[in-house]
Ligand binder design. Structure first.
Ligand code: DX5
Ligand code: ZN
Length: 218
C-alpha cells in the first residue's frame, strides 16, 4: 500500500534573522510545504522573537504556506494584524487567554485556524475546540526555544489526539512541533500525525532537501 505523503513545516526559529532571505530561498527551493513562524512575546513564554511586521516583510519572497504559531498571552487583539501580514494558518494556545474567541475570529477571516496544546496539558482539553479548528498543533517541547529535545511521552498524546479526531469524524490535521528528527518524526507519523514542524535538525543537515524528502516520505 502506498503511504500518504506527510506535510513538513520548516521552523526558522533557530536560524539567523539577518540572513532570512537566504533561508527563505533554501526553503522555497525545497519540497517543504510550509514555513513555521514562532511568535513569542516574552510573557507567555520566556523568549521574544518577532511580530507581524517581520512576517509581512517575508511574505513577498515566498509562495509557501505561512504557518504562524502565536505564543502570546492574549492573541485576540492581534489576530487581524497577523491575518493582514499574510498568515495562511494562525495557531493559538489553549493555555493562552481568549483561545476560543481567537479561533472564531481566525475562521471568520477565511484562513485556517489551529489550536496548540502544551506538553503538560491534557489531550481532553482540545474537545471544546474541535468544531472551530482546521488543525491541532501538539507541542513536543515546552514552547519558547528551538533546538530542544523531544518529550517522549508526547508520542502517546499524538496517538490519543489523532484517534479522537478520527472517532469524531473531523477533517483536522495533526501537526507536531519540537525536537523533530528522523526518529521522532517516524514515531509521531506512526501515531497518526499528518505533519511535523522541523527546525534545528533540518538546518544541521548537509542536504536540506534530501532531509525534507526523507521525512515527508516516511
Ligand atoms: C518552540 C517552537 C518550535 C521550535 C521547533 O517554542 O514552537 O516551533 O522552533 O524547532 P526545533 O525543530 O529546533 O525543535
Ligand atoms: Zn512552533
Amino acid at each position: 500500500m502506498k503511504k500518504n505523503k506527510k506535510l513538513l513545516s520548516v521552523s526558522i526559529t533557530s536560524t539567523s534573522y539577518f540572513d532570512i532571505k537566504k533561508t527563505i530561498d533554501i526553503i522555497n527551493k525545497s519540497d517543504a510545504d510550509r514555513i513555521h513562524f514562532d511568535v513569542m512575546d516574552g510573557v507567555f513564554v520566556p523568549n521574544i522573537t518577532y511580530g507581524m511586521d517581520f512576517i509581512s516583510s517575508v511574505k513577498p519572497y515566498s509562495q509557501k504556506f505561512f504557518d504562524v504559531h502565536l505564543m502570546i498571552i492574549n492573541p485576540l487583539p492581534y489576530i487581524k494584524s497577523f491575518f493582514v501580514s499574510g498568515s495562511d494558518l494562525i495557531s493559538v494556545h489553549i493555555e493562552a487567554k481568549n483561545c476560543l474567541k481567537s479561533l472564531k475570529l481566525i475562521k471568520s477571516l477565511g484562513i485556517k485556524s489551529g489550536v496548540v496544546i502544551n506538553p503538560k496539558t491534557s489531550y481532553k482539553k482540545i474537545l471544546k475546540y474541535l468544531d472551530f479548528v482546521d488543525e491541532i498543533l501538539v507541542m513536543s517541547v515546552e514552547p519558547g526555544f528551538g533546538g530542544q529535545k523531544f518529550i517522549e511521552k508526547v508520542a502517546d498524546k499524538v496517538l490519543k489526539i489523532s484517534s479522537l479526531v478520527k472517532k469524531k469524524g473531523k477533517n483536522i490535521l495533526v501537526q507536531v512541533d519540537g525536537g523533530i528528527n528522523f526518529e521522532t518524526a517516524k514515531k509521531v507519523f506512526e501515531n497518526g500525525a499528518n505533519s511535523v514542524v522541523v527546525g534545528s535538525f533540518l538546518f544541521k543537515q548537509k542536504d536540506f532537501n534530501d532531509t525534507v524528502f526523507k521525512i515527508k516520505n516516511m
